[in-house]
Design a protein around this ligand. Structure first.
Ligand SMILES: Cc1cc2ncn([C@H]3O[C@H](COP(=O)(O)O)[C@@H](O)[C@H]3O)c2cc1C
Ligand SMILES: O=C(O)c1cccnc1
Length: 337
């Protein structure tokens, strides 16, 4: 799919999102109704099977090409003391992903998914968005395009995740811009800042809102002004997936803030998305509540990298295994109601 080449092209794509297949959903629901279990007894596994079927447009969905996408970016706001770790960790962790040593390497292998890493201009941090726009239009469009280019031709499910020191502050700023509330109400401890660090995070969010709010004409503009490249990349992937009717699993606070842009830009924009988990990052549950998303897992994880989303792939595989592998009452000779 050709990536958008301007911010208005991005807006145009957001305005023409396809719907899932009602016929495929219906066929999958009919199948669920005759499998050897009381209807509804597999709870959310049944709903997940229907969601995958409706987006993949087939009665029996497949998970043969699951892609775990990680976008990495560097943030100008780190100069304000908002993270417990230095910027150098970004490139070091990208090297670690490539060497197979990170948490996401282990989890994606167990989930039977292919891991793809997209470092986005790690040597050129975005501008400090308390002083100016985080990204020029060109930089922003490039980052969104990286999300379009990230998804392989055969992908049947993707997960989104990120690496970017300072990005829990960026995510809190986007959340405040999209849903209201001040900095203190949205920030959390991220990699583990102390009380002083938490105050600096809240001040950073508030300074950004004071500077940009009048010019934030829509959610896409919020992402350009107070976002970061890896968030724009995740947003691009979520948008491209929707346009191609590929379901998406969202990760933690940072990934959810990026995905939220599509929901705020276009009503129903995240109908193809599943919240993989609720992160221990302070305001993630609140963000999910705003989006009407109910997380599959609550494992007290707060890493990012797509780890919570990746763990949830195993649940989707379980949903598909039951949906495709179970016998019907007739096939098994089991008496019905
Ligand atoms: C070694 C290491 C690995 C990580 N993997 C993900 N993150 C996570 O922590 C960062 C956000 O937290 P903050 O806003 O406090 O900087 C992001 O890079 C995120 O992906 C990591 C952080 C560290 C230090
Ligand atoms: O929930 C997240 O996305 C998160 C939490 C802490 C650090 N990095 C990411």
């Amino acid at each position: 799919m050709t990536p958008p080449d301007s911010i208005d092209a991005i807006r145009g794509l957001c305005a023409q999102l396809p719907d899932p297949s009602a016929d495929a959903r219906e066929a999958a629901a009919s199948r669920q109704a005759v499998l050897t279990k009381p209807l509804g007894s597999l709870g959310r596994l049944e709903e997940l099977a229907l969601l995958l079927a409706s987006w993949q447009n087939r009665e029996i969905p497949t998970l043969e090409n699951v892609e775990v996408l990680i976008f990495a970016g560097a943030h100008g706001i780190t100069g304000r003391g908002v993270s417990a770790f230095p910027d150098a960790v970004n490139a070091q962790m990208v090297a670690n992903f490539e060497a197979g040593g990170a948490a996401i390497n282990q989890l994606s292998r167990i989930a039977g998914a292919s891991l793809k890493i997209f470092p986005l201009a790690l040597d050129t941090p975005t501008n400090d968005f308390t002083q100016s726009e985080a990204m020029s239009e060109e930089e922003f469009v490039d980052a969104v395009a990286s999300g379009f280019n990230a998804i392989g031709t055969d992908a049947d499910l993707i997960t989104i995740g990120e690496m970017g020191i300072g990005n829990t502050t960026t995510a809190a700023t986007i959340a405040a811009a999209l849903f209201g509330g001040d900095g203190a109400s949205w920030v959390g401890r991220g990699t583990g800042v102390d009380d002083e660090g938490l105050r600096r995070k809240a001040e950073t969010v508030d300074a950004a809102l004071a500077l940009h709010t009048p010019a934030i004409i829509d959610a896409v503009e919020a992402l350009r002004r107070v976002g970061g490249r890896e968030l724009a990349g995740m947003f691009g992937a979520v948008l491209a997936a929707r346009l191609r009717r590929i379901p998406v699993i969202i990760d933690g606070f940072v990934a959810t803030a990026a995905a939220a842009v599509l929901a705020r830009q276009t009503e129903g924009g995240l109908r193809h998305a599943i919240a993989g988990h609720v992160s221990a990052e302070a305001q993630h549950q609140r963000l999910l509540d705003h989006l009407g998303l109910s997380p599959l897992l609550d494992m007290d994880m707060r890493l990012g990298e797509g780890t919570g989303a990746c763990l949830a792939i195993n649940i989707l595989r379980s949903a598909v295994a039951c949906h495709s592998g179970m016998a019907t009452f007739e096939e098994a000779g089991v008496a019905g109601k």
